[in-house]
Structure formats: structure tokens, C-alpha cells
Design a binder for this molecule. Structure first.
Ligand code: FAD
Ligand code: NAD
Length: 487
């Protein structure tokens, strides 16, 4: 007889490992299956996020930002320094150490919570059974009352720029470059293109980003996207070419460079770069995951089809994270993991999909939650906005970090906050205040009436809320509201 578990989780990324821990915390006998093994043949937990995504990219963003601070931003403080030198090997070693520490931490958390782990490829069979194929080809089958699929995603390839993991690389390769390329091309001005383009651009690469769309960051609020474009191109020297479609690449192995051909409104063009990062999005990973008769279905874009509670078409089988619809974000994956584990345990947990923050970890950071002005216009929802620039923030000035603004949007009649969009220092952490406020159905006035510490960057959030009501203190209000005359 095969072993039986209350919950079998496939994948140990931020969706799967969180689901497994929460299920075990709730007393469910849980097994988590992971196929990722390291070059040293050791099981790797943590998925894309910890190994080749969020964490290593943020480690390199932190290192490269420090480099820029030392190179460009000390003199203003009266600190004299010699031109810094970057030791790329040391920077990568630091990143790798953080990754090892965190992935090892998950193994510890699994142990502490009593999560069982199986190394191998998990496949969903009909009747809530899961086949596990180990590295050596051994196959076992386990039974489950519930299955949670958290198989994640992989980079999208495009035929004109096939990744060779040498000259043409994907995001994983871009985290491993052993020297700073003199000329760096990036296909795709999305989150990865901007973050990893920033890392190497800060360290000295001449960065050219080729983007197919005619609009920069089309899904974020236009005012914020415009400001981001201005800062990245004019202040930071990123060369972002919009409406540019890559038609081909030619690698010259001898010269260790690649010619990238593309077409824009002026016709056919070429650039020659030393490394080319392909960052045109990611796709759900479902290879060898589902038996033909598993009952789990895919949507037209290849994502596992689920409802709002992450239930697939097969009873007792759930799917979460990058492998299902919605933003490909670690925190979205984790919250779905918690929701599913708790619902399996009989709780009524839900996710508010309207309150998932999105962040681009450039400097300044770009962070948003809720609806953009453009979405509200399209939906015919009446709204009012309040904007506060960091140039007017005492704390930002003290830190010599005044680029960007906070923009708050509230319903015209009810004053309920509908969205908040920030470009600026610590935007990722600032926007979280409004995520919490929105979860509690807060009005802009609620934020305006809250006491904020001084001097803090958070005061910019406070002032944006005051500006929604037309009474910001530290900037001139656009349309001051006149008190109604007494009759
Ligand atoms: P994954 O993390 O992809 O994990 C899936 C796991 O399942 C993998 O370990 C895989 O090996 C395993 N698996 C797959 N199939 C099987 C199978 N059949 N059997 C056994 N195991 C299997 N998101 C953010 O929120 N913030 C960020 O700052 C951020 N930065 C990023 C930077 C980069 C460069 C990249 C590439 C991504 C970044 N992301 C970020 C996105 C984030 O990494 C993903 O949204 C997140 O990892 C998705 O989690 P997941 O658990 O769904 O999938
Ligand atoms: P993305 O969707 O953010 O950006 C891809 C960009 O490539 C888009 O602007 C798209 O128009 C462009 N593009 C597509 N095909 C093209 C082509 N042929 N030529 C030129 N441009 C083309 O995707 P990404 O940057 O690859 O990131 C993948 C996922 O990883 C995202 O969904 C994101 O959520 C996640 N991620 C998140 C973070 C974060 O939260 N900070 C960081 C990195 C990655």
C-alpha cells in the first residue's frame, strides 16, 4: 500500500514551502516534493524566489547601489573618497552566501514544523495520487487527501534571441556575470530588465534596453511611469528604446559579442553588445506535471485553471503562485499558499486580490497598490488625487534622495482609497502602509488624520493623503477647497 498524506505539495518555492509549513502548523500530515538539485547534487529548497529571483537580485541591487553611493554621492556630504573598485567575485560570493543561508533556513523550518520532504519530480495522477520520480529513476506513488501544485514559472524564450547561457543569457545568467560587461543589451523594459539593467549599469555597463511596446511600464500609473522614465534615462543614463522589435541576433564567439537587429518606426537597426539579457516575461511551468487523466486543466495561456480559491477542475487539487493566473510575485504565491492550507484545514480564509502591492526595486523604487488613474478613467469611476513630491520632504533632503513622489487616489464621493503609486526612496516599504489602510477600507482622510513621525519619508504619504482633500501643508495645493460660506 502506498503512503498517504493529508496534503502533498509539489514545489518548494515561496508558494509551496509556505503552503507546506502552514498546513503542517494546522496539524495536517504534509509532504513537500521538490526536484531542484544543486551542482553539488544537493536538494535545493526556496524555488525561483530564493535561488534565482527576488533574493539574489536584491542582493546585487544592494551592492551596486552602495557602489554608486560611494562613487557619486559622498562629496555632497563632505566625504572625500577615492574612486571605488568593484570586486565582482566578492559581490557574487556575498549574494550566494545569502541564498545559501535562506534556503538552508527553509530546511530548518520544514524540520521544526514537521513537514516531510521528498526529492524528485512530482506528477499529479488521477484520484489524488502523486507519482514521485527520484533522480536515479526510482518511482514511488503517494496518496493525498489534498494536492497543492506550486510548480512556478520559467523564462519565456523568443526565437530571434535564443539563450546560449554565454553571450545571450536570461535572468539567471544575469545574476552570475563574472565581470561587468562594457556593453549590455537587454530585451524587455519590464521588471527584470530594469532591475538587472540597473545592477550592471550602476557598475559601469553601457545599458541599452530594447522594448517592443510603445509605452514605458504600461501597467503602472502613467504619471509615475513618466517620472520613472525621466529618472532612468536622463539621470541614470539608461538607453531605453521603445517600439523596438528584435528581429535577430548574431553571436560572434571570437569577439565575444552579439549583434542585435531590431526594427523601430525609423526602420531596421543594429546594436553590438558584449552580453544580451532576454527578459521578456515568464511562463507557467507545467512540464511533466500532469498525467493526461489528472482532471487538472490549463487555460488558453498555459496557466493551470483555478477559481478565486485556487481550486483546479480536479476535486481536492489546488494550484497556487506563478503557475496560475495573476501577478507573478512571491508574496502573491505565499498568500495563496496560506489561503489554500487554511481552507483545507476548514478555515474560511480569502485573499483580497485588489490589495497586492507590486514593486520594482530600482533606485528610486517604484511601488504601487490598487487602481491607476487610467484604470479609473476607463471604468468611469469618479476619483480625486493627491500628490506629494519627495523634493519637499525634509527627510528625503537630509538623505540627499529627493527623486519621485507619492500619488494617492481616492473615490471622489466616499473618499475611500482606491490606489497609491509611489516612486521614491523606500517606496516598497511606504506603499505597504497603504496596503494595510486599503485592507481596512480606509479613507484618505483617515490617513490625513493619522499622526506621522517627523522627520520620516512616511510623511510624504501623509501629505499625499492631505493633498487628496486639498489641504497638504508642505506644498501648495492645486485647488484649495474654499470653506462654504455660512448662510
Ligand atoms: P517558484 O518559486 O518558481 O517555485 C516552484 C518550485 O517548484 C521550483 O523550486 C521548482 O523546481 C519546483 N517544481 C516545479 N515543477 C516540479 C515538479 N513537477 N516536481 C517537483 N518540483 C517541481 N517576486 C517578488 O515578489 N519580488 C521580487 O523582488 C521578485 N524578484 C524576482 C527577480 C527575478 C530575477 C525573478 C526571475 C523573479 C522575481 N520575482 C519576484 C518573482 C518570484 O520569484 C516568483 O513570483 C515566485 O518565485 C513564484 O513562486 P512559486 O512558488 O509559484 O514558484
Ligand atoms: P515583464 O512582463 O515585467 O516584462 C517583460 C517586458 O518585455 C514587457 O515590457 C514586454 O512588453 C517586453 N517584451 C516582450 N516581448 C518582447 C520582444 N520580443 N521584444 C522586446 N520586448 C519584449 O517580465 P519580466 O521582466 O521578464 O519579469 C517576469 C516576471 O517576474 C514578472 O511577471 C514579474 O512579476 C516577476 N518579477 C518581479 C519582480 C519584482 O517583484 N520586483 C522582479 C523581477 C521579476
Amino acid at each position: 500500500m502506498s503512503e498517504k498524506y493529508d496534503v502533498v505539495v509539489i514545489g518548494a518555492g515561496p508558494g509551496g514551502y509556505v503552503a507546506a509549513i502552514r498546513a503542517a502548523q494546522l496539524g495536517l500530515n504534509t509532504l513537500c516534493i521538490e526536484k531542484w538539485v544543486s551542482a553539488e547534487d544537493k536538494l535545493v529548497l526556496g524555488g525561483t524566489c530564493l535561488n534565482t529571483g527576488c533574493i539574489p537580485s536584491k542582493a546585487l541591487l544592494a551592492s551596486s547601489h552602495k557602489y554608486v553611493e560611494v562613487r557619486d554621492e559622498m562629496a555632497v556630504h563632505g566625504i572625500q573618497v577615492n574612486a571605488p573598485k568593484i570586486d565582482v567575485a566578492a559581490m557574487l560570493a556575498r549574494k550566494d552566501k545569502i541564498v545559501t543561508q535562506l534556503t538552508g533556513g527553509i530546511a530548518g523550518l520544514f524540520k521544526a514544523n514537521g513537514v516531510n520532504v521528498a526529492e524528485g519530480l512530482g506528477k499529479v495522477l488521477v484520484g489524488k495520487r502523486v507519482e514521485i520520480t527520484a533522480k536515479d529513476g526510482t518511482v514511488t506513488v503517494v496518496d493525498a487527501d489534498n494536492i497543492i501544485i506550486a510548480a512556478g514559472s520559467v523564462p519565456i524564450d523568443i526565437p530571434p534571441a535564443p539563450v546560449d547561457n554565454d553571450t545571450i543569457i536570461d535572468s539567471t545568467g544575469a545574476l552570475e556575470l563574472t565581470e561587468v560587461p562594457k556593453r549590455l543589451g537587454v530585451i524587455g523594459a519590464g521588471v527584470i530588465g530594469l532591475e538587472l539593467g540597473s545592477v550592471w549599469g550602476r557598475l559601469g555597463s553601457e545599458v541599452v534596453i530594447i522594448e517592443a511596446l510603445d509605452e514605458f511600464l504600461p501597467t503602472i500609473d502613467k504619471q509615475i511611469a513618466k517620472e520613472a522614465h525621466k529618472i532612468f534615462t536622463k539621470k541614470q543614463g539608461m538607453d531605453i528604446r521603445l517600439s523596438a522589435r528584435v528581429t535577430g541576433t548574431k553571436v560572434d564567439a571570437k569577439k565575444k559579442q552579439v549583434t542585435v537587429s531590431y526594427t523601430d518606426s525609423d526602420g531596421d537597426k543594429e546594436i553590438v553588445v558584449d552580453k544580451l539579457i532576454v527578459a521578456v516575461g515568464r511562463k507557467p511551468y507545467t512540464e511533466q506535471l500532469l498525467a493526461g487523466d489528472s482532471g487538472v486543466t490549463l487555460d488558453e495561456r498555459g496557466f493551470i485553471f483555478v477559481n478565486g480559491k485556487c481550486q483546479t477542475d480536479a476535486p481536492g487539487v489546488y494550484a497556487i503562485g506563478d503557475v496560475v493566473r495573476g501577478p507573478m510575485l512571491a508574496h502573491k504565491a505565499s498568500e495563496e499558499g496560506v489561503m489554500v492550507a487554511e481552507r483545507i484545514a476548514g478555515k474560511k480564509t480569502q485573499i483580497n486580490y485588489d490589495c497586492i502591492p507590486g514593486i520594482i526595486y530600482t533606485h528610486p523604487e517604484v511601488a504601487s497598490v490598487g487602481m491607476t488613474e487610467e484604470q479609473l478613467v476607463a471604468d468611469g469611476i469618479p476619483y480625486k488625487t493627491g500628490v506629494f513630491p519627495f523634493a519637499a520632504s525634509g527627510r528625503a533632503m537630509a538623505a540627499n534622495d529627493t527623486g519621485g513622489m507619492v500619488k494617492m487616489i481616492a473615490h471622489e464621493e466616499t473618499d475611500r482609497i482606491l490606489g497609491c503609486h509611489i516612486i521614491g526612496p523606500s517606496a516598497a516599504d511606504l506603499v505597504q502602509q497603504i496596503v494595510i489602510a486599503m485592507e481596512f477600507g480606509s479613507s484618505a482622510e483617515d490617513i490625513a488624520l493619522t499622526v506621522f513621525g517627523h522627520p520620516t519619508l512616511s510623511e510624504a504619504v501623509h501629505e499625499a493623503a492631505l493633498a487628496v482633500g486639498g489641504h497638504a501643508i508642505h506644498i501648495a495645493n492645486k485647488k484649495p477647497r474654499k470653506p462654504k460660506a455660512k448662510k
